[in-house]
Design a protein around this ligand. Sequence first.
Ligand SMILES: *[C@@H]1O[C@H](CO)[C@@H](O)[C@H](O)[C@H]1NC(C)=O
Ligand SMILES: *[C@@H]1O[C@H](CO)[C@@H](O)[C@H](O)[C@H]1NC(C)=O
Ligand SMILES: *[C@@H]1O[C@H](CO)[C@@H](O)[C@H](O)[C@H]1NC(C)=O
Ligand SMILES: *[C@@H]1O[C@H](CO)[C@@H](O)[C@H](O)[C@H]1NC(C)=O
Ligand SMILES: *[C@@H]1O[C@H](CO)[C@@H](O)[C@H](O)[C@H]1NC(C)=O
Ligand SMILES: *[C@@H]1O[C@H](CO)[C@@H](O)[C@H](O)[C@H]1NC(C)=O
Length: 190
Amino acid sequence: MWLKLLISIHLMFGALFALTPNVSSVKDNSANSNGLSAYSESCPDYFRNDVRVPCYFLLEKCYCFSTQLFLMTWNDAKYYCRLSNYTLISIETKIEDDVIHQHINNTEGLLEQPWFWTSGSYSEDQWKWSTGPYPGQPFNYSNWASTRPVYNLDGYCTEINYSTFQGGWADFPCDFTNFFICEGNVTLPV
Ligand SMILES: *[C@@H]1O[C@H](CO)[C@@H](O)[C@H](O)[C@H]1NC(C)=O
Ligand SMILES: *[C@@H]1O[C@H](CO)[C@@H](O)[C@H](O)[C@H]1NC(C)=O
Ligand SMILES: *[C@@H]1O[C@H](CO)[C@@H](O)[C@H](O)[C@H]1NC(C)=O
Ligand SMILES: *[C@@H]1O[C@H](CO)[C@@H](O)[C@H](O)[C@H]1NC(C)=O
Ligand SMILES: *[C@@H]1O[C@H](CO)[C@@H](O)[C@H](O)[C@H]1NC(C)=O
Ligand SMILES: *[C@@H]1O[C@H](CO)[C@@H](O)[C@H](O)[C@H]1NC(C)=O
């Protein structure tokens, strides 16, 4: 709990850095050994030109990861991604899950950010992807941590949790602030 509180405090200061684009030291991912996370010119360097949210081409889409203590509630993160016609990440296959997991594992700094929102949320008695290629559809693939989900209730959303679950999924109140991942098509409209 104390960690989250600390982070919330940092977040307020983090906002001061929001208007400093073109700091390119955040990301240098051009030579990952697995070859899966090679940076592509097709992705924007940063989502919405925000240096806190570097983007990477993985598989066939751009994935943009919030960094630098840029945390949001699930709803706010969903809205933020949508501002550029991206969506909060939906993980439909084990392949996609593995690629994201490897990317986080192999990218400096990301693994130290233990929780990321996905677009998963509980509604109408099911866990569903709320946005993305299959909006409103229940999970086919899932990677819940063995003891999760606990709260099958409206108001709970799906996070990737590294602090306890090594990348397994956990249910967490949607109004908590987490890191998040936006996914979208290769070209980000200006
Ligand atoms: C960011 O970099 C681009 C390309 O190098 C440049 O055209 C633009 O003016 C820079 N923006 C700022 C705010 O420095
Ligand atoms: C998102 O898509 C809508 C509908 O196609 C379009 O009107 C809007 O300009 C797009 N927004 C951005 C930021 O590209
Ligand atoms: C990405 O492109 C596909 C194919 O054009 C389209 O169906 C889909 O809606 C696009 N996704 C987003 C988030 O814009
Ligand atoms: C994560 O990274 C460590 C060291 O960089 C490596 O040994 C391990 O195999 C990686 N795990 C995955 C799932 O990529
Ligand atoms: C789940 O699988 C069904 C049947 O193949 C498919 O129609 C549906 O789009 C899939 N949903 C998701 C979220 O992947
Ligand atoms: C990750 O999961 C653990 C175990 O349930 C939980 O205590 C922790 O709060 C989770 N982290 C976040 C940020 O939700």
